[in-house]
Write a protein that binds this ligand. Structure first.
Ligand code: PLP
Length: 444
């Protein structure tokens, strides 16, 4: 990857000079120019064709050549590129109808925004309006977004203690334990009891219990099958709504449209983004049950964005859902997920630094360990101030040298390829990972 001024292309130099990089000390912001894509691969300016087993923060679930979406966006831009959210457009109406069909339970009406962060912010306001309570209970290992309330609801150990921009958190956010059998002293059953007790101790002032059904960037934590329905019951017993953040897990990633459907839960609110358009356009959504929608008939929905339900983004959403359906991508996620799982299991057997494989479908991960018996993690995060890299960073960098890109986060290699992959792609990624894991084995 380019790092010396003299080696940078003109675009890399301009970008470095005039763009502020996200979540980083700017000294470390040195992005490589991407000039093309092909299937599940991105192509660098140097001609490296990199197999993308991250889907770019779990966004590009449809890979990079979904012609149907390109056509739909193009057509929409030429007819009604934009009107404000007070007008009806065909793509928004069709997308809302489709979301009512594919979301679990009685979820029916959708509020639109442009990021997962905003989708969660809207969920908080709606839950508060519906319940007349104000707190949000989330979990310690979670990521729900970057603005004040969504970030305060995030328990992400990489970010919570990062500095004055983030602290103090907004009031009314409480956090409970996760179903994390491998790395916590509480088993999932005890973690549920703990949350039950917390809701009592908070005096039933919690409006919504917010969870990623299958945790993403905080280590692909996978709950037992009955966890989510039981959490729903506990939340409802305390007069709180169950809000499922499916920003990463939605749209076929687990082999079902939504992970909450996989677990037979019926959330009161689902938030989504990323896979909604396969990230061909920025679009996010907050879908609520018919009951909540009825409540909102006579109550002000005190939230809105200029770009809410942007016609061009909604056109991409409709075309993306058609692509998932017509190309059988949920089935492929199940089939490739089973194959990927068995290959990752055998990597876990061969490499002592792999503590545990977790995940479902094409949402999987390997947690690394410094000591097999004690389950000691390597450092959890790179030091953003000193620029110090972790063993996990090194494993990721080595795989990238072998032209396979993984998202690495919180001691975990997150394995989330596009839903369009074949067995040959899995084999290629596993070979690269097999080689890269020698680094963590040697660091034990
Ligand atoms: N929720 C989850 C589960 C996420 O993984 C993310 C982003 O990665 C967000 C919310 C925030 O979404 P965005 O970055 O679009 O604001």
């Amino acid at each position: 990857m380019a790092s010396q001024e003299s080696e940078r292309t003109e675009i890399e130099r301009l970008d470095r000079e005039y763009t502020l990089g996200t979540w980083t000390r700017q000294r470390d912001f040195d992005p490589t120019e991407i000039v093309d894509t092909e299937g599940p691969r991105i192509v660098t300016v140097d001609g490296d064709s990199i197999l993308d087993f991250s889907s770019q923060y779990v966004c590009t679930s449809l890979g990079y050549d979904a012609e149907r979406i390109a056509d739909a966006v193009n057509e929409q831009i030429r007819s009604v590129p934009y009107v404000n959210p007070g007008w009806a457009t065909e793509p928004r109406a069709r997308l809302s109808e489709k979301l009512a069909e594919i979301t679990p339970g009685s979820l029916k009406k959708t509020f639109y925004s442009t990021s997962g962060t905003e989708a969660n912010e809207a969920a908080f306001k709606i839950a508060r309006s519906y319940t007349g309570k104000h707190k949000i209970l989330s979990r310690y290992r979670s990521y729900h977004g970057a603005t004040a309330a969504s970030l305060s609801a995030s328990g992400d150990p990489r970010r919570v203690a990062q500095g004055p921009e983030i602290q103090p958190e907004v009031p009314g956010m409480v956090k409970g334990p996760d179903p994390y059998a491998y790395g916590s002293s509480l088993d999932p059953e005890q973690s549920l009891e703990y949350i039950d007790e917390m809701l009592t101790l908070e005096g039933d002032t919690v409006a919504g219990v917010l969870v990623e059904p299958l945790v993403g960037s905080n280590g692909v934590l996978t709950p037992p099958d009955d966890y989510l329905p039981r959490l729903q019951e506990i939340a409802h017993d305390h007069g709180a709504l169950l809000i499922c953040d499916e920003v990463m897990t939605g749209f076929g990633r687990t082999g079902e449209w939504f992970a909450s459907g996989l677990y037979d839960a019926e959330p009161d609110i689902i938030t989504m983004a990323k896979g909604l358009t396969g990230s061909y356009q920025p679009l996010a959504a907050t879908t609520v049950t018919e009951e909540i929608a009825t409540h909102l008939e006579d109550t002000l929905l005190n939230q809105g964005h200029t770009f809410a339900g942007h016609p061009t983004a909604c056109a991409a959403g409709v075309a993306a859902i058609e692509t998932y359906e017509q190309e059988g991508l949920l089935e492929n996620a199940r089939e490739m997920g089973a194959y990927l799982k068995s290959e990752l299991e055998s990597l876990a057997e061969r490499h002592p630094s792999v503590g545990e494989r977790r995940g479902i479908g094409l949402h999987q991960g390997l947690e690394l360990t410094r000591s097999e018996e004690k389950r000691v993690p390597f450092e959890q995060r790179s030091d953003k101030v000193s620029g110090r890299t972790t063993v996990l960073d090194e494993v990721g960098a080595h795989a990238l040298d072998n032209d396979v890109y993984f998202y690495t986060s919180v001691n975990t290699i997150v394995v989330t390829p596009p839903l369009t992959i074949t067995e040959a792609h899995v084999d290629e990624a596993i070979d690269a990972l097999d080689d890269a894991l020698e680094i963590s084995d040697a660091a034990m």
